[in-house]
Each structure stands twice: as structure tokens, then as C-alpha cells.
Design a protein. Sequence first.
Length: 282
Amino acid sequence: MFSTKSAGRQAPWSSRARSAVAAVALLGLLFSAAGPAQAAASPARSGSPTATRLGNDVSWPQCNRTLPKSPAFAVVGVNNGLANTTNPCLATELAWAEKSVGGTGQPPVALYVNTANPGLAGSWWPSSNNYGGATVANPYGTCEGAADAACAYMYGYAKAYDDANSRGVSQPGSYLWWLDVETDNSWSTDMAANRADLEGMTSYFRSIGADVGLYAPQSQWTSIAGSVPAGSNLYALQSWLPGATSATGAKSKCSAGPLTGGGKVTLAQFVSGGTDYDYSCV
């Protein structure tokens, strides 16, 4: 993603290298990505309307670190920096996330996954419409191994299938899955193929009954996916926007334009004291 989540993967907003910060947290002991058991400055007064709408997102950079106490909701990264990897602390972080207190329009626990469209440069690229023991209905035609929209769709479908079935997520259809779309990962210069890739992921997650959302900095989304047509299954997906520097700034993003014309901004991210916070717009 774009904030401070990683070096090599993108946790919501880009590279997530975190600086060491120690301060007294009004919301309780929070983690710093610079080291375990450090406290991060509270972004809002405990018990305030703003504070009750705040959650956190975490992933592999937070492995073995002290995580925020009692967030309203939590979003956990499934991958380890790339779309074909697994967060080694996924089980531990999911157990932490289950303690979220709720009270917003967000699900208490959601997931996010890395996305990419590496084409023939990837370690694996599809050569047919078959995956997971089934023939996939491909709106772009038959994948024959080319770096085109048909195979990009299958690549996205396959990565979503793996995320749901090979990472250790129980009952994957019960989650909201956010697609983390950032330029840190590999993308084609063909925006239509990149959209096809994300459509393939969306199609698989929806096939198991899961909800889907889009996370991206607006400028990066535009450079990767361009303008999404109304006929795309991406068009009405909810948006999670990064880039704010405070709870107030995140709240203001709730009225910003969504990533797709038919969508709605439901979540906004900001970083405080090296910790990723998320403000629920709903």
C-alpha cells in the first residue's frame, strides 16, 4: 500500500518503510513499524466521533510487532509484497483483527491483496482459460499465452483463486477483498489489459460470494487502469483512498471522486506516528 507499508510490496499507499516513533498514545499502546512495543502518537482524542471511526491496516512489515489495540475495524494484507506470495504473519494478524470492536459501516475484518499484470516477464503466465480445475468463462476470448487482455484476465483470476485458496484464509467468501493497485508492482502499458487483469480478480472473488473494493492513489490508478467503462465489473466498486496526513484530511477524502465513475469512496487512509490508520466514510 502507498503509506508506509513496505519495501518491495505496496501496502496501502506505496512503500511501507516506517520510521521509529515513540509517543504516548491516547488510544492505547499502538505499534510503530520501526520496532516492536513502541507507541505511536494518537491521531484523534479517544472517544471522539473521529476516533470511533478509525481502523488500521497491517501486513507483513508488521510481523512480530505490537499492533494497535481495539481498532474499530482492521484490514489485513494477504500477500508478502508480490501478488504470488503469502504474508508469513497472516494467521497472527487475522487473529488480532478479529478483536476489532466494530461500530462503523466497515466489516470488522477485511483483506487486501497485491495486484499486478507482469505479462511474459512474470514467473508464471497463463496459456489457456483453465485454472483451478475448471474452464473459466473469459469475456476477452481464449488465452493462448500472449500478453493480451484474454491472458491478463486469466492471470488476475488465477491470483485471486490462489489468494482465496492457497494462503490459509478460512471462509474466503465471507470477506471484503480490497485490490491494492499501485505502480510499485509490474504493469503493462496496455491499460485495457490491466483492467482485464483486475476484472479477472473481481470475477473470481465475486464467484465465491465475496465483496470487492479498489485501493489506489488516484494518479497511479489513472496511469495503470485509465478510465473504466460502465460495462466493466470494476465500475461500481467501492474506493479506498490513501494520501491524507491526518484524520481530518482522511475524512475530507470521503467526498473526493472515486476511482471509478460508478463507485463510492468508503474508506480513506492516513499515516500518524508511523502507523496506518483508516477512516470509515460509512
